[in-house]
Design a protein around this ligand. Structure first.
Ligand code: ZN
Length: 404
């Protein structure tokens, strides 16, 4: 017995050692939250998941005291981090913390401003210079111009009026304005974003700021300006780099605004740029285009199985990104007969299921027509009697049999 106790004590003593030795991978990142007019308990873990997923960042979440609490105890050591993400819109920090953050950025620290963080600290001059543009908090012309695109020209508009507005949440088209910035390089010129608030009428000093992407705030949804409003921005502040995304209003589980692969990928790329000034991440196959929104329900690049599940609701005119994922998976399996047969069986399963759309089944029939085996031939025989699918099924069968 004594020996066992001794072993337990020794192991217990070693635990902190092992923990301490755990290799730190990625850029140390601090996510600051704790007060927000948004559901920060939902959004901050999602931000952490999104960045940790890249393998390039190692995130920790730090919460401030609650509203009205003693802010002097919120005193992070910014020098420990390469990146600070603000998911915060609340009480002012202490002067000491403000100065420490200011010094961190001045000396080259990276920052990501996320959604309502651009509402924060309306009276803090340096903060507003770091965010470029902000909204609400009684922001008016005293805080800087409106900045937007109108008929493809950048407009700096000093007219008086409120800062910050948005209409009803909706899916909207994002337009890339600078195609050769490291963050946007390789992204489509236009892509659909998941259901979100479209921030408009932001205003601020807008110094050393580049607008990477905009979205058109139509008046039909309310709060519309009929202008192309900034969605993604970069700001440089002395040696520091700031990436600012106005998107990503969170629901309980993140919701479509945060699940949108366009939001996720631009955040990951923007974060890397804020740390290094460069982006090494590849644009993933599931980045949306203008044809439709792509949601990553668990924030990872979607898998073959998820794509097959998603494609069940496919209809003409909707995004075919899920099909691209399926094709990608099949290409990767080239030469792996067992893997290909497994994929084929799963696809045939969807084809014979009752909960997939006719248009989805047509897409799958087209794929199976060139990669199918006897397994598909047997499964397709009955489909030639299906009124909705008989043409496509016949075509696939002929192709498969001709290929033998
Ligand atoms: Zn919001």
């Amino acid at each position: 017995m004594k020996k066992q106790y001794l072993l337990i004590i020794v192991l217990a003593c070693l635990l902190p050692f092992f923990h301490g030795c755990k290799k730190e991978t990625g850029y140390k990142t601090l996510i600051i939250t704790g007060q927000n007019n948004h559901d920060w308990q939902a959004s901050s873990p999602v931000l952490k998941t999104i960045l940790d997923e890249t393998g390039m960042f190692s995130c920790e979440i730090m919460t401030t005291p609650e509203k009205g609490g003693d802010m002097t105890i919120f005193d992070p050591d910014f020098s420990l981090y390469k990146l600070v993400i603000l998911d915060y819109n609340g009480d002012s920090w202490s002067d000491k913390t403000n100065t420490a953050f200011f010094d961190y950025v001045k000396n080259g620290g990276g920052v990501v401003i996320y959604h309502a963080a651009n509402n924060a600290f309306p009276g803090w001059k340096e903060y507003n210079e770091m965010t470029g543009l902000g909204g609400w908090g009684d922001r008016t012309e005293k805080d800087g111009p409106y900045v937007y695109y109108m008929r493809d020209s950048l407009v700096i508009d000093n007219s008086p009026g409120r800062g910050g507005n948005h209409g009803k949440r909706r899916e909207f088209l994002v337009r890339t304005r600078i195609m050769d910035h490291p963050v946007t390089q390789g992204l489509p010129a236009r892509w659909m974003h998941g259901n979100d608030e479209l921030y408009s009428e932001l205003r601020g000093p807008a110094k050393n700021m580049q607008i990477l992407a905009t979205a058109f705030a139509d008046s039909a949804a309310g709060g519309g300006t009929m202008r192309d409003e900034p969605m993604l921005m970069t700001i440089t502040y002395e040696k520091g780099r700031i990436f600012h995304t106005a998107m990503g209003h969170a629901d309980k589980d993140g919701g479509p605004a945060m699940q949108c692969s366009g939001f996720i990928v631009t955040l990951q790329r923007g974060a890397e740029w804020a740390v290094t000034g460069n982006v090494t991440q590849k644009v993933p196959f599931d980045f949306p285009d203008a044809s439709g929104v792509v949601l990553r329900r668990d924030f990872r690049e979607i898998t073959f199985e998820e794509a097959l599940e998603n494609i069940k609701t496919y209809d003409v005119g909707k995004s075919t990104k899920n099909l691209v994922c399926i094709q990608h998976h099949i290409t990767n399996l080239s030469g792996d007969e067992k893997g290909l047969l497994e994929a084929e069986k799963t696809m045939v399963g969807v084809l014979l299921s009752t909960n997939a759309s006719v248009e989805a089944k047509k897409l799958l029939l087209r794929e199976l027509s060139w990669m199918g085996t006897d397994y598909s031939v047997n499964a397709l025989k009955d489909l030639v009697n299906n009124n909705d699918l008989k043409d496509e099924a016949q075509f696939a069968l002929q192709r498969l049999q001709a290929g033998k």
